[in-house]
Design a protein around this ligand. Structure first.
Ligand SMILES: Cc1cc2nc3c(=O)[nH]c(=O)nc-3n(C[C@H](O)[C@H](O)[C@H](O)COP(=O)(O)OP(=O)(O)OC[C@H]3O[C@@H](n4cnc5c(N)ncnc54)[C@H](O)[C@@H]3O)c2cc1C
Length: 397
């Protein structure tokens, strides 16, 4: 697949949450963007998919929330939080411009954002695997190379290369991005889809050493998930005949009322998950390159915050690259600002995530959940107060 454009402003490797959002905003800001992914959409990925209020605010600001709802993702209007002692149901209040939450399947959500990027002028190429980076004599990244599914080579030059290629980021490995914080991988998450019964809203069920949840999603189904210590997840699998048996047995213990309800529905998928979920932050940029999303910052799924992180950081990065491409700031200053803003923005919820993923005694776990909820409200308010890239304030001169 010869791509006969010689030098893009930005090539983005990875076209899911972080990559598509970065490309969308850069394209709306008038830049020449190539967006690549080795997957061919629609394709699922390993992830549950409740979008925290901050991420919903981002979709709303970018004009995509209605498209997500129109895809059949149910608007979620209530959250029930339970412990063995009590249960509290709250309606989702109108805050920061939104009055609902949503948990769309990733094979539907990611193509919506990728298509919006293409509609804004980014060139979207799927089925393209990036295998390496070009560097000039000064050590600056100047492009990427790889191949399409037929094996046809691809060679692209760009002013900036963005690694939005997820946890195993090849871009991060190729440039040797330093890990600036590493806080273990002791948490697990496993999930499956169920149908055939009503889902009144999001449910979070805290028990000793486990958080179990329900995310209503497309096609009348819900994603049922369990987060717990890796050691417990491994142990329950060892004693079971299959991962599905292990999941059901664990549900019986951690969320017996939910487990009982699920018996009148049916499981519609196998059980999937990650038994060791790393918590780390990587250096976010260097000469000619930047990382965004899971490639630069990964955290345990217990807080369900990865999509919101990816959307937030995509916007911070798009604005930084815009300032540099427009000549307002030199590359290093613009990207250093991005890293500072990212690291400042992620800190509180990263700390809370690591604390929750250590599964402290239940009263402390519940207290951390309350702090998480307050932190998300603050973060969502900040997101809704920012000018939206592509609006007049950012329009190219
Ligand atoms: C089990 C689990 C449950 C989760 N639950 C939630 C949740 O409920 N809510 C939430 O907000 N977050 C959740 N997360 C986190 C969320 O899934 C991630 O934070 C999010 O997917 C990050 O998006 P991303 O775009 O950075 O990376 P990814 O979604 O991983 O996308 C990376 C893309 O890069 C592409 N790619 C990789 N390498 C190459 C290459 N060499 N060439 C071309 N393309 C390449 C891949 O094909 C992929 O499409 C969960 C994660 C897990 C694992």
């Amino acid at each position: 697949m010869p791509i006969d454009r010689h030098r893009w402003d930005v090539v983005v490797v990875g076209a899911r949450a972080a990559g598509s959002a970065t490309a969308l905003l850069l394209a709306r800001l008038g830049h020449d963007v190539l967006l690549l992914d080795r997957a061919v959409f629609p394709a699922d990925t390993l992830s549950t998919h409740q979008i925290a209020r901050t991420g919903v605010v981002q979709l709303q600001r970018w004009g995509l929330l209605q498209t997500v709802l129109d895809s059949g993702a149910p608007a979620i209007r209530q959250v029930t939080f339970s412990t063995p002692a009590e249960s509290t149901t709250r309606q989702i209040k109108y805050k920061s411009g939104v009055d609902l939450l949503v948990a769309p399947r990733r094979y539907i959500l990611d193509p919506i954002v990728a298509q919006a990027a293409a509609d804004a002028g980014a060139e979207l190429r799927l089925g393209v695997t990036v295998t390496g980076l070009h560097l000039n004599d000064a050590g600056r990244v100047t492009g990427v190379y790889g191949h399409d599914q037929a094996g046809t080579p691809l060679d692209v030059q760009a002013r900036f290369v963005v690694g939005a290629d997820g946890l195993g980021s090849r871009v991060a490995r190729a440039i040797g991005a330093e890990v600036t914080s590493s806080r273990g991988d002791r948490g697990a998450v496993q999930y499956a889809y169920y149908g055939g019964i009503p889902w009144p809203g999001i449910e979070l069920i805290a028990a000793d050493r486990a958080l179990t949840g329900v995310f209503p999603t497309h096609h009348g189904e819900a994603c049922i998930w369990i987060c717990n210590p890796s050691i417990d997840a491994h142990q329950s699998r060892r004693g079971a005949s299959s991962r599905e048996d292990a999941f059901t047995t664990y549900l019986d213990r951690t969320a017996p009322e939910l487990a009982q309800r699920l018996r009148s529905g049916r499981r519609t998928s196998p059980v999937r998950g990650m038994l060791r979920t790393p918590n780390f932050v990587r250096q976010a940029h260097g000469p000619g390159w930047a990382l965004v999303g899971d490639a630069g910052y990964h955290r345990d799924a217990v807080t369900g915050h990865g999509l919101s992180d990816a959307y937030r950081d995509a916007e911070l990065l798009a604005v930084a690259l815009h300032r540099s491409l427009r000549g307002e700031l030199d590359d290093t200053t613009a990207l250093t600002n991005y890293q500072l803003q990212r690291d400042e923005s992620l800190r509180e919820i990263y700390d809370l995530t690591c604390a929750l993923a250590s599964y402290p005694p239940l009263p402390e776990f519940v207290e951390l959940q309350k702090r998480l909820s307050a932190a998300i409200d603050v973060e969502a308010a900040e997101a809704s107060a920012r000018p939206t890239p592509g609006d007049r304030e950012f329009a190219p001169a």
